[in-house]
Design a protein around this ligand. Structure first.
Ligand code: ZN
Length: 259
């Protein structure tokens, strides 16, 4: 999860989740139907990838390991490492499709070790300096309530390019959920989330002194703190499915948006 928003997430979401759980005690997930009729798909233009620079930010690094999964009190999975693996897979897919790719980090280190706020700002600055077309911040979720699981994507509606942020978030959410389900994991679809309600803590929020200059999302594909989700996150094929979800979200964005 986005480290800066963790406190508020825990503080504000747990109350909401109790309400949700009371209303919807169990959710029977329906299989995902085909996205569009064949005629629409055939008419869709293949996205123009050449010259598009996608900046991928694998969340956390160094001593900031992000949210973690523990077994018998021992950490056995960290966001820092899972996020980097997913990001590397996504970078490979994007490059194969013709996109240019830059990463905020390509090893376990942070940009500004030990200073989480400065580290987050450094990632956004790096994307801005690169003049990237999209900023994709790759995270996984975490809560003290370890029963919470599922897939969500965050965006910010309070930006000059808010509609494009939302389009990217919707496309990515849909593709993450469908790819996880096709890979055999029936994830809970928690929908897209607007950063405004959380005080703009994601990578594109005004709580940063210098927000991103390009459309941006923070992906939270699974809850690493939940046993069921974490068991999936440990699997290479699930990380591949998550990377494919991000990839297809980006492809869909460029297929339908005038970008
Ligand atoms: Zn995170």
């Amino acid at each position: 999860m986005n480290s800066l928003k963790r406190f508020l997430v825990v503080a504000t979401m747990s109350a909401g989740l109790l309400t949700q759980a009371a209303i919807v005690p169990t959710t029977i997930m329906k299989p995902v139907m085909a996205a569009a009729p064949a005629t629409t798909q055939a008419a869709a233009q293949a996205p123009q990838t050449k010259g598009k620079l996608i900046f991928i930010d694998p969340g956390h690094g160094s001593s900031d390991v992000g949210a973690v999964h523990e077994t018998n009190g021992k950490v056995d999975l960290t966001e820092r490492d899972v996020n980097l693996d997913v990001a590397n897979r996504l970078a490979r897919m994007l490059r194969e499709a013709g996109y240019d790719v830059q990463m905020s980090r390509d090893d376990a280190s942070a940009l500004v070790p030990g200073q989480e706020a400065a580290d987050l700002q450094a990632r956004v600055d790096k994307a801005n300096k690169a003049n990237a077309d999209l900023l994709i911040s790759v995270h996984n979720n975490g809560l003290d309530n370890k029963a919470t699981r599922g897939t969500e994507v965050w965006y910010c509606s309070d930006r000059p390019f808010d509609a494009r942020n939302e389009t990217l978030a919707k496309a990515t959410q849909k593709a993450l959920v469908s790819n996880l389900r096709e890979a055999g994991y029936n994830t809970l679809d928690r929908g897209i989330k607007d950063d405004k309600i959380m005080g703009h803590f994601a990578v594109n929020g005004p709580n940063l002194a210098r927000p991103s200059k390009m459309p941006s999302i923070t992906g939270e594909p699974l809850f690493i703190t939940n046993d069921q989700d974490a068991a999936q996150l440990a699997k290479p094929e699930i990380r591949e499915a998550i990377a494919r979800g991000y990839f297809q979200g980006i492809q869909e964005f460029y297929s339908n948006a005038k970008s």
